[in-house]
Design a protein around this ligand. Structure first.
Ligand SMILES: NC(=O)c1ccc[n+]([C@@H]2O[C@H](COP(=O)([O-])OP(=O)(O)OC[C@H]3O[C@@H](n4cnc5c(N)ncnc54)[C@H](OP(=O)(O)O)[C@@H]3O)[C@@H](O)[C@H]2O)c1
Length: 161
């Protein structure tokens, strides 16, 4: 995996929201988009980590929220809309992996949590976002990455294509 280069092409008109932007791939993507001049909002549950990332990347919009909370998704969509003045790209990145191993050994609680956050929450959030933004692109990081070796340069190019 490569790290972003600030000399790459600019994404300045692009407004992007990234769920789970405070850690791992989401944070790396937020940093890469910020370095290329995109307008970025990101969502995560831990308020202190959200603040830390927003402080590290001035101009980004950190929003505290739980995408798995069906009743809160519209508030999050509206807050992103207010922060960016619209949206071009939604990256459904936030996910959880409470269990790894044979499916037959997975307990129902962990299975339900995985489906709730990794599948249902992404769909609910995208639907809420679609009600606020008439058009846009939606990416799912887990699927985007599956079976591919993607550099951040490639991800950013896909986002801006
Ligand atoms: N890491 C890998 O090797 C790998 C491989 C293939 C695919 N992926 C996929 O890449 C994506 C990111 O994985 P990662 O390993 O980078 O994740 P990570 O480091 O565990 O980060 C997860 C991020 O999502 C946020 N988050 C989790 N649940 C949330 C919720 N309900 N609402 C809002 N935010 C939430 C977390 O912040 P809070 O906890 O503060 O909410 C954090 O910012 C996932 O979709 C994963 O399936 C990862």
């Amino acid at each position: 995996m490569t790290t972003p280069s600030s000399s790459s092409s600019t994404l300045s008109p692009l407004r992007v929201a990234v769920t789970g932007g405070t850690s791992g791939l989401g944070l790396a993507l937020v940093r890469a988009l910020h370095a290329r001049g995109a307008q970025v909002a990101f969502v995560a549950r831990d308020a202190r980590r959200v603040q830390r990332v927003a402080d590290e990347l001035p101009g980004t919009h950190g929003i505290v929220g739980d995408i798995a909370d069906k009743l809160d998704t519209h508030r999050l969509a509206l807050q992103i809309n207010a922060a960016l003045g619209g949206l071009d790209v939604l990256v459904n990145n936030a996910a959880t992996n409470p269990y790894a191993g044979p499916l037959i050994d997975a307990d129902v609680g962990r299975f339900d949590k995985t489906v709730q956050i990794n599948l249902r929450a992404g769909l609910t959030f995208a639907t809420a976002a679609a009600l606020v933004w008439a058009a846009g692109r939606v990416f799912r990081v887990g699927l985007l990455m599956q079976g591919k070796t993607a550099t951040f340069g490639q991800m950013v190019r896909w986002l801006s294509a």
